[in-house]
Ligand binder design. Structure first.
Ligand code: PLP
Length: 530
């Protein structure tokens, strides 16, 4: 141990008052070439420092060796560079856990400093015509970065304490049977389809079974069905809500139909009254793609809680983000274990990472045709994947979770502003609509241009002013190059689907959009029609 080992408590001739005085410090760095090291100020008088970030109590219980006469508080915001010749005595050394807490407090303070100095000014002011009006983006403050850095310091890496916290928070948020974090919204959809097809599920789906879904969709809402050789049955969508026409679902059911899979497009809830009723009467599984709809409700009930399972995406464009990420809300008891197994390599064991023998029968069971007592940790009862996230992603997610309510409120406000402004242009534009029981949590502001208006011209015009727009995902997915020859059945005509592909686009309502930006966008749209 060197004299200045990190954690050593010293007294040194360092003055903060200009007068000759000596103070106590705890060393927090190695000595440099000039035999100087950094020390955090220690004081018995915490009252004076209460407003500072994280004063840390140090008493004799926290010492590895040595003794202090009375408890002291380490004040990370008061640090001194101390030459070793100024040290008059060494009183002891704080233990490794306390060193960890103190260094974490110092790093955290620097992270906040970095955020304020580097990230915050970049938000800057909006300069019309110069600043891009994005349709979406990450909205965060220092808390996300602090969590991310803290998870790096923990160095847990795989899903760990942050992931467990976030899964519990989402489980409670939805009142779900289980909530599983996964590495994307697409993986969430894949996991739901795989669960419905698992042989462990009593009435599981088989190749050729049909699933009713809309043709206006995001590709990876549909692809898992194809990957599991299920046959999608396409139903048309409504202009205005851009959701599946619920009244047409029942007519699309055949003897092979086993499930309904509906996205709540752009955060606008589908008619869940009709859809749940049809699913129940025909004994169909119900999946919701809620990737765009975190916090939306229908009849006062959260979307994502109507079906057997629902997916969420935490990609930056979505309501909350963790970079890449997603989740599955599992509302069905039988499916909870199966979905967990498929997410985690298909294994039968449900121990958390780093845990063993949670079931208490690790070497005491018969599995398949394996020798009796084969280690349960290596028993695979499903053909699974590894769709897990890292704890760094979850750390960001935990900070974002706290912001869900404010994000949703801001999205709704932005939506309302667009709606009120654009009402005057209804001669040219079809504005969004929603079911009277729906309380959407808007992902975007969808607009369909009326006859005689050229959508391409309009969105290119907006683009020339730095205003981003997006189409409603794949449009008619059946016209996408990768989907031309997929096995399918089409119920009725996909007339609105075609119209949406040709005439619909959306504007961003994400919480980063300011009033100034919205007014600018609206002015430009109005100019286009002058
Ligand atoms: C409705 C819908 N489903 C699924 C996804 C896929 O989510 P991810 O990008 O996280 O894979 C998206 C992505 O934007 C989406 O909008």
């Amino acid at each position: 141990m060197t004299e200045t080992a990190t954690g050593t408590i010293i007294q040194a001739k360092i003055s903060f008052s200009g007068k000759a005085e000596s103070n106590f410090f705890v060393i927090v760095s190695k000595a440099n070439t000039y035999e100087e090291f950094r020390g955090v100020y220690l004081t018995p008088e915490v009252e004076k420092w209460k407003k500072e970030y994280a004063p840390l109590l140090i008493d004799n219980n926290k010492l590895e060796w040595g003794e202090i006469k009375a408890p002291l508080y380490a004040i990370p915001s008061r640090m001194a560079t101390i030459h070793s010749s100024l040290v008059t005595q060494k009183l002891g050394k704080i233990n490794i856990d306390t060193i960890g807490l103190l260094l974490r407090a110092i790093v955290t303070a620097e992270v906040v400093n970095h955020y304020n100095a580097v990230h915050l000014p970049k938000r800057g002011t909006f300069i019309p015509g110069k600043t891009k009006v994005n349709y979406a983006g990450r909205v965060y403050d220092e808390k996300e970065i602090v969590n991310l850095v803290c998870s790096s310091l923990d160095f847990w890496l795989t899903a760990g304490p942050y992931a467990n916290t976030l899964e519990k928070q989402f489980k409670d948020f939805y009142g779900a049977e289980k909530f599983l974090l996964v590495n994307s919204g697409s993986s969430a959809n894949l996991l739901m389809a795989a669960t419905l097809c698992s042989k462990q599920l009593k009435e599981h789906l088989k190749p050729g079974d049909e699933v009713i879904t809309p043709a206006v969709t995001f590709p990876t809402t549909l692809t898992p069905l194809l990957q599991y050789q299920l046959t999608p049955v396409f139903v048309d969508c409504e202009i205005g809500t851009y959701n599946i026409i619920a009244e047409e679902i029942e007519g699309a059911i055949s003897e092979r139909t086993r499930a309904i899979f509906v996205p709540h497009t752009l955060g606008n809830p589908c008619d869940m009254e009709i859809i749940v009723d049809v699913a129940e009467r025909h004994n169909l599984f119900l999946l919701e793609d809620s990737c765009d709809a975190l916090g939306a409700t229908f009849g006062g009930k959260l979307v994502g809680t109507f079906g057997d399972m629902a997916s969420l995406s935490f990609y930056p464009a979505h309501h909350i983000t963790m970079g890449e990420g997603g989740g599955v809300v599992v509302n069905n008891t039988e499916m909870a274990r199966i979905a967990l197994s498929i997410r985690d390599w298909g294994r039968d064991c449900w121990c958390d990472t780093g845990k063993n023998n949670t079931c208490g029968k690790r070497f005491e069971q018969q599995w398949g045709e394996l020798p009796f007592g084969y280690d349960h940790k290596y028993v695979y009862s499903n053909i699974g994947y590894n769709l897990k996230i890292t704890d760094m992603q979850a750390a960001v997610g935990c900070a974002q979770f706290e912001k869900i309510d404010t994000f949703i409120t801001k999205r709704k406000q932005n939506y309302t502003k667009y709606f009120n402004f654009l009402k005057e242009l209804e001669e040219f534009l079809i504005l969004p609509q929603h079911h009277k029981k729906a309380n959407p949590s808007w992902f975007g502001f969808p607009i369909t241009v009326k006859k005689g208006v050229n959508r391409k011209k309009l969105i290119k015009y907006l683009d020339s002013f730095g205003i981003e727009t997006r189409l409603v995902f794949a449009g008619n997915i059946l016209r996408q190059p990768g989907f031309l020859d997929i096995p399918k059945r089409i119920h009725g005509k996909l007339e609105n689907t075609e119209r949406i592909m040709n005439d619909t686009f959306f504007l961003g309502v994400y919480p980063g959009a300011t009033d100034q930006m919205i007014e600018y966008v609206v002015d430009k749209i109005a100019d286009f029609f002058k």
